[in-house]
Design a protein around this ligand. Structure first.
Ligand code: SF4
Ligand code: SF4
Ligand code: SF4
Ligand code: FES
Length: 949
């Protein structure tokens, strides 16, 4: 067995400033007040035996193994629940202590499988570890008496098993579900011998409230709760610390492996973003990496109606390069472009944009952030000077009032949601602004103080009315603003929001939110000591997405809520590296660190380093590339790790553009929807097969480290290098660390970043500079990055997409916990056990007037197209609003979304589409064509083996 090197101190760290000195076994120890004796002893390498204690959970004091003696005190207190005190003298060893501990240990062993060492899970059984440590080899009680050794197993969860026979009822799982995850799905039922762990109301794990985060499994000291993969594959032989490739939380994991196979993903307790927690996706849904659907050999074809031909890497790369050169010779330099991936590493993204700028010789590069958080970049850059969130996740533990707008963290950012719930249970107030009643509005354990069910498309009007209350009721922090912001802009903004038309009473008819709710929300946020705003795609994916980000920044600045812990403007980024892909210069108008291509000094620096002249004019954005393709002037694309055919709006338009191109090169794991229109397929590598870094929503750059060899032979950055070399622009990197050195050399916010430093610190939040050599957890401390903060007047311009007689309902979209984005990964894991199709949520009133019942098949029509989905009748959505997800390509949610987009960034207006719903009994025309096309493409794929030379 390997060791992760993690030292469990038994109880959580205490953070008091006051220090206390005591003596433990004759050794003086100084620790913060509030520390347990167990932790104090562990801090000097003296680990007191324990079973029910672990340092991610509050002390519980049930196992009685950690007893100690304190001079002058009677009895034998438990060291996990007894706190240090100045001058006390503690003994952790002694004859009487050994006797007491050994008796306890013998009792445990009498009801614990003696042969559990033969099962892989118990490779980490702390009962046996502790018995060995105490020297207890036999027991006086025998195993013939009453015991749990034949108790039934619960195998209902696809990923882990519960074997009651190995349970010592230490309650660590119950506490983990409560304290770490915040779901409270587990209880200990019964008393004494009958006590046992129970999921919800004595249900199976699968049927219970459990969300499969795995926190209980991680906390269990025996094999009672264990990963099925661990039981099947056996104990791992290697551990690699890496970063989850799903969402923007960026959880750190210890990937445990054996013979190039992942045994399990264990959340890293030293991980700065997750502190040992995870969700069902990162913890368990990694099986897609070895799914048989993966394509691991390059393929080419002349036309999308030809069968794929399996070819060597050399032939595929030369073909792609030859086609790109031919197209540029025929149609001009600007006729090709590239899309970087928010799932690939920073290093890979940097190389793709470099390839486009230096080897293609144009600026036609863009990223999928275009369709999610580009308004964040624009809005925050203009107001506060940096296109990124202002805090770290831990900051939420100091918030007093939290506005959560257009985000659903329990589904989209689950580990952050658990942290937020911890703070809410400590008493922080929550204001949810969302058309839907998301889970955080009301759970059995936590309730939002306020829910403002805003009508889709009216966020700006609502935020203007919140600002109206804050300004007109004198709740602004004028001293803060006077010191840190452009006062003219502030005065203009103040005068604007104070206008009567922006009052909650006057905006209520458009936003659908009662004036009194708005007034309460405004007061709650502005009067809180620390007010924080967290937001998601429900803010950005609107025609006024950028305006709305500015509304948020205005509000935070006016109330003095930027520049310290507990406050701030916090975009919850969707994909694992969407922050990084933006930072690395993926937009057509910006180099890394958001510097405009027209800036002569910046361009000169890149030209010198890259040895080529670079264009000063921005290139095409993704939607412009599609328009140019339909016009006939754009003919080729290099797409790394993205699937615009599924993820971009108005599918008809996107696929027509793809059909109009002559060479589409897709680099991916699977034949995704875009690859069905491709001419060259280059097998990409999963996050488990590469080295590099991801940047999460907190600007935290974390290591991605290779766990297994790339199934296709190359890491993604190596493929870009091959393509660039074949295009005649040589790249000579031997390792991603060399790419990072180049990034650091050319990017002010990364100027002192290096792999050596990253390995030493574990993760680093940029800016990482001479002034902040170990990174920057909180930004804008003392002053804004742009110098003075700037307020913008945020006039509400209603979207042209409105409910009409023909399309009377508004469709909005989102995500669910177990599926991820376009679903290419999660659909290829057991996560489909929880969700195997997109559904349409509709309010009972709207359903009834249309004769629709729960489970009926319904047709959803917009001015762009029609799709068919199963209906779910629920009051989670308000009347007039329907909701769906886009995890399954055959549902085609983007067939109905429109071409509307944010005025500043072209971010699509995914969150508002006027639709009508009717009951139907067959798939839509689009769905029929989709199935025919998919079947045809799979046929063309099938023949590929035969063609391999
Ligand atoms: S399942 Fe594990 S963590 Fe839970 S009570 Fe039993 S032994 Fe303890
Ligand atoms: S997996 Fe997570 S949610 Fe489920 S019971 Fe365990 S801790 Fe609770
Ligand atoms: S919260 Fe996000 S980063 Fe963390 S494990 Fe889940 S999907 Fe991965
Ligand atoms: S570890 Fe202290 S009582 Fe269990």
């Amino acid at each position: 067995m390997y060791s992760t090197g993690y030292h469990d101190h038994g109880t959580p760290v205490a953070t008091a400033e006051k220090l206390v000195t005591l003596e433990i076994d004759g050794v003086p120890v100084t620790v913060p007040e509030g520390t347990s004796i167990m932790r104090a002893a562990a801090s000097v390498g003296n680990d007191v035996p324990k079973l029910c204690a672990t340092d991610t959970l509050k002390a519980f004091g049930s196992c009685r193994l950690c007893l100690v003696e304190i001079e002058g005190r009677r009895g034998y207190p438990a060291s996990c629940t007894t706190l240090v005190a100045d001058g006390i003298k503690v003994k952790t060893q002694g004859h009487k202590l050994s006797q007491l501990r050994n008796s306890v240990m013998e009792l445990y062993l009498s009801d614990h499988p003696a042969d559990c060492g033969s099962t892989s899970a118990s490779a980490r059984c702390e009962v046996h570890d502790m018995a060995a440590k105490l020297g207890v080899t036999g027991m006086r009680y025998g195993v013939g008496g009453k015991n749990h050794l034949r108790a039934a197993k619960d195998e209902s969860n696809p990923y882990f098993t519960f074997d009651q026979s190995e349970c010592i009822v230490c309650s660590r799982c119950v506490r983990a579900c409560d304290e770490v995850q915040g779901t409270l799905a587990l209880t200990i039922q019964g008393r004494g011998f009958s006590s046992k762990v129970s999921a919800s109301q004595n249900e199976s794990f699968f049927e219970s409230e459990c969300v499969s985060c795995g926190a209980c499994v991680e906390a269990c000291p025996t094999g009672a709760l264990a990963e099925k993969s661990l039981i099947q594959i056996g104990p791992p032989t290697k551990v690699t610390t890496t970063t989850c490739a799903y969402c923007g939380v960026g959880c750190s994991f210890n990937a445990e492996s054996k013979n190039d196979e992942v045994v399990r993903m264990v959340p890293n307790r030293d991980g700065h973003a997750n502190h040992g927690h995870a969700c069902v996706k990162g913890r368990f849904a990694y099986g897609y990496a070895t799914h048989p659907d993966r394509i691991t050999t390059p393929m080419i074809r002349k036309s999308i109606d030809d069968p794929w031909r399996q070819v060597s890497w050399e032939e595929a790369i030369n073909y792609a390069a030859g086609e790109f050169k031919r197209i540029q010779a025929k149609y001009g330099r600007d006729s090709i472009g590239g899309i970087t991936s928010s799932r690939c590493t920073n290093e890979e993204t940097f190389l793709v944009q470099k390839l486009v700028r230096a080897a293609f010789g144009n600026n036609n590069v863009d990223t999928c952030a275009r369709v999610c958080h580009s308004p964040t970049g624009y809005g925050l850059k203009n107001t506060i000077g940096e296109s990124a969130g202002t805090q770290n996740f831990d900051s939420v533990m100091k918030s007093d009032a939290i506005i959560l707008v257009g985000a659903n963290p329990t589904e989209g950012h689950p580990v952050f949601a658990s942290r937020m719930k911890q703070r809410l249970r400590q008493g922080a107030k929550l204001i949810v602004i969302d058309p839907r009643e998301i889970a955080l509005v009301k759970t059995p354990h936590i309730e939002a103080q306020l829910h403002l069910p805003v009508r889709p498309g009216t966020n700006v009007a609502l935020f203007n009315s919140i600002a109206h209350v804050i300004v007109t009721e004198g709740l602004t922090k004028d001293d803060y603003v006077a010191e840190r912001c452009e006062i003219d802009s502030y005065n203009k903004w103040k005068a604007f929001v104070a206008e009567d038309r922006n009052s909650p009473e006057n905006t209520a008819s458009s936003t659908g939110v009662k004036a009194e709710l708005v007034r309460e929300a405004a007061r709650m946020y502005a009067k809180a000591g620390n007010g924080a705003i967290y937001y998601g795609l429900g803010v950005t994916e609107h025609s006024q997405g950028s305006t709305m980000v500015m509304c948020i920044a205005n509000l935070a600045m006016a109330t003095g809520n930027v520049g310290r812990e507990g406050v701030g403007i916090n975009p919850l980024r969707g994909q694992n590296n969407v922050q990084g892909s933006c930072d690395m210069g993926s937009f057509p108008h910006e180099f890394s660190a958001y510097r405009h291509v027209s800036d002569d000094a910046t361009r000169a620096m890149f030209e010198k380093d890259w040895g080529v002249p670079l264009l000063a004019e921005p290139g095409l954005r993704i939607p412009n590339m599609f328009e140019a393709a339909l016009d006939g002037s754009f003919k080729g694309m290099y797409i790394q790790g993205e699937d615009p055919a599924q993820s971009d709006p108005d599918t008809h338009h996107v696929t027509a553009a793809f059909k109009a191109m002559e060479c589409i090169v897709v680099q991916d794991l699977f034949l995704n929807e875009t690859a069905k229109y491709a001419h060259v397929f280059l097998p990409g590598s999963s996050f488990l097969e590469k080295n590099g870094t991801f940047t999460n929503a907190e600007r935290r750059v974390s290591p991605v480290r290779k766990v297994m060899e790339p199934r296709g032979g190359f890491e993604d950055w190596e493929i870009t290098v091959l393509l660039s070399n074949a295009l005649g622009y040589p790249m000579h990197y031997r390792h991603p660390s060399e790419i990072m050195d180049e990034i650091a050399r050319l990017t002010p916010t990364f100027s002192t970043f290096s792999y050596e430093k990253l390995d030493r610190l574990g993760s680093i939040q940029w800016p990482c500079t001479d002034e902040a050599p170990e990174g920057t957890p909180t930004m804008h401390v003392g002053h804004f990055v742009r110098g003075k903060g700037k307020f913008f007047v945020t006039e509400f311009v209603p979207t042209s997409e409105r409910a009409t007689r023909k399309y009377p309902l508004l469709l909005t979209t989102g995500r669910i916990l177990t599926q991820y984005n376009v679903g290419a990964q999660t659909r290829r894991t057991s996560n489909v056990t929880w969700a195997s199709a997109d559904v349409l949520e509709i309010h009972p009133h709207d359903a009834e007037t249309r004769g629709i019942k729960d489970g009926d098949t319904v047709g959803l029509t917009s001015r762009s197209g029609e799709i068919v989905l199963p209906a779910q009748v629920t009051d989670r959505v308000r009347p007039g609003v329907v909701y769906t997800t886009f995890h399954f390509p055959e549902s085609g949610a983007n067939v109905v979304t429109t071409e509307n987009s944010d005025w500043a960034t072209n971010c699509p207006e995914y969150k508002v589409t006027a639709v009508e719903i009717v009951k139907v009994n067959q798939p839509s025309e689009w769905q029929k064509r989709f199935h025919e096309f998919t079947d045809h493409q799979l046929e063309l794929l099938k023949g590929r083996e035969a063609t391999h030379a």
